[in-house]
Design a protein around this ligand. Structure first.
Ligand code: ZN
Length: 127
């Protein structure tokens, strides 16, 4: 069944939104569709809300906020972990490139010079 159309006292249609505040986590309400364009200073004055869902049980209102904080914390930690992985992967790619370039330079040097010069290059590079 479709939700009834509810109008805010400012005249705009309301939208069904979800509260994530501690006393009513995940409880839906009718909120003014113009809420986001109302200046922050006026929001408390003109805000209109009517609950769409019945009140949630005490146990849920005690448990859900803690779970939400935990999810948020884990999302932050995951983002930091992914950033760390990317930088380690970039370091590995750079190291691999350096090794490949060194091998190529060695190959070029060893094919262009005679045996005596090759020995001098190898000794100079400590190989
Ligand atoms: Zn309104």
């Amino acid at each position: 069944m479709a939700a009834p159309i509810v109008y805010c006292k400012c005249g705009k249609k309301t939208k069904i939104r979800t509260s994530w505040r501690d006393p009513n986590p995940s409880r839906r309400f009718y909120g003014c569709s113009g809420f986001n364009i109302i200046p922050i200073q006026l929001r408390l004055i003109v805000v209109f809300s009517l609950w769409y869902d019945p009140p949630i049980c005490k146990r849920a209102s005690d448990v859900i906020p803690g779970l939400l904080r935990r999810v948020n914390r884990l999302e932050v930690e995951n983002k930091q972990f992914e950033t760390g992985l990317k930088s380690r992967a970039q370091s590995r790619i750079l190291a691999t490139r350096l090794i490949v370039e060194l091998v190529l330079v060695m190959a070029i040097l060893l094919t262009k010079f005679g045996d005596n010069e090759k020995e001098a290059i190898v000794l100079e590079l400590g190989m």
